[in-house]
Design a protein around this ligand. Structure first.
Ligand code: OOG
Ligand code: MG
Length: 253
């Protein structure tokens, strides 16, 4: 199978909501090939009119690595079609077997064209917000290898972002929670994300610059979940909260 054939299978799976078998082991997929397949998926989404809105990191917390049995940082792209507006409804019938996870989002203030350092965060990032990410693997039983999940754009499916807050010096030691109908289903601390959520921006700048990609002003970065993900159910108010910085929610239907 060629990279484009694999990308077609994954693209179709997302739109028909029919999960497919893992492919990486069969084709001996390398990490480089997996990211190539991911960029072909982006091309296919742009070709149907979607717009690139930013990037996400995955497996930035031990809770996520452990849950998915994968142990390396990954990144994928986000498009406008994935946005769930705060307070609105998300139709579960659009997904295969969705899970929700609490995250922190950043907004890019100035184009990032090379790897940046911690002291440059306030120059390049203008705001942060609490967010819910909806992930939906295109693979059967939500099971994959590192190469498979990268090729599948890191299970990216939906994101809902709360109110933006101007940067603060320290984003550590903040309780972050996911609730379903006011019942806390996942909880953790912000520093579960790479010991410091801002480190996710540095990592993404490194990975993107290695690929010759730039992060543009106005784009969003999802730092990765601080906790394990939770299976979604219909008719639930799905809410993520970040201590001192409010919450964001939508309703699953
Ligand atoms: C892969 C995506 C991981 C995160 O925040 O760690 C991710 C998956 O778990 O399906 O989004
Ligand atoms: Mg995530």
């Amino acid at each position: 199978m060629t990279d484009n054939e694999i990308a077609d299978i994954l693209h179709q799976a997302a739109f028909t909501m029919k999960p497919v078998s893992q492919m990486a082991a069969d084709v001996g997929m390398t990490l480089e090939q997996a990211y190539n397949i991911q960029s072909l998926l982006l091309e296919k989404r742009l070709a149907v009119g979607e717009k690139l809105t930013g990037y996400k990191l995955g497996f930035t917390s031990k809770a996520k690595m452990k849950q998915m049995n994968v142990d390396d940082l990954i990144w994928g792209f986000l498009t406008d079609a994935m946005e769930i507006k705060s307070g609105e409804e998300a139709l579960l019938s659009k997904y295969i077997h969705p899970r929700a996870e609490p995250e922190i989002a950043f907004k890019v203030k100035k184009d990032i064209t090379s790897k940046i350092e911690m002291h440059q965060i306030s120059e390049y990032i203008e705001a942060f917000a609490v967010a819910v990410e909806v992930i939906d693997s295109r693979y059967k039983n939500f099971k994959f290898s590192l190469e498979d999940v990268i090729a599948d754009n890191c299970s990216s499916t939906g994101y809902c972002i709360g109110e933006w807050h101007p940067l603060v010096d320290n984003l550590n030691d903040l309780k972050i929670q996911l609730s379903f109908n006011d019942e806390v289903v996942q909880k953790g601390f912000s520093q579960a994300i790479l010991d410091n959520p801002y480190a996710s921006v540095l990592e993404l700048s490194r990975l993107a610059s290695e690929k010759g990609l730039r992060l543009n002003k106005g784009q969003i970065i999802l730092a990765g979940a601080a906790t394990a993900a939770e299976w979604m159910k219909p008719n639930v108010n799905v809410q993520a909260s970040l201590q001192g910085f409010g919450h964001v929610s939508f309703t699953s239907k």
